[in-house]
Design a binder for this molecule. Sequence first.
Ligand code: PRP
Length: 181
Amino acid sequence: MAVNPTEAFELLFTREQIVERIKQIAEQVDQDFHGSRLVVVGVLKGAFLFAADLIRELTTETEIDFIWLSSYGTERFSAGEIRVQKDLELPIRGRDVLVVEDIVDTGLSLKFLKQHLMLREPARLAFAGLVDKKAARMTEVSIDYVGFEVAQGFLVGYGMDDAGLYRGLPEIYRLPPIADK
Ligand code: PRP
């Protein structure tokens, strides 16, 4: 019989909760960017599902682009140097831009993105994070739209992975703690 790996995981947010929260975020974004033609930037790989679901809830006109960052560190903790593996294709000078992250952890990726994208002089740069893990912050960052706050733990599902696995789970789970590798 096939083993269900999620049996050992702690379910934090169901698909229904995620869908509902994204609808609420989309309403806020629609209010804040009314009349705009918004560039939504998904941060690969983790944010691909959140970005896809969010733009389908928005009534604001959107163009979608992606940026792919990589950082070096241990498998479950990356606080090293951040590099751009794939940059935006759309020009964002003078545009309204919403960066979409699956999770904000240390805050280093978001801080990097802010600096990286502000150099291009967008009209407005806002950030959405589906999960905010404030307790893990190493640098102060401000997130305009937060889905859920989580105190601790390593999360998987809905775009988030453990060594490449579990991104396709429709729910968000917390893994049981392990000794750091
Ligand atoms: C995750 C997530 C964010 C970043 C947040 O990406 O998608 O981009 O970590 O962490 P931070 O606040 O500590 O910088 P990850 O490096 O795991 O790559 P992935 O999106 O490809 O899974």
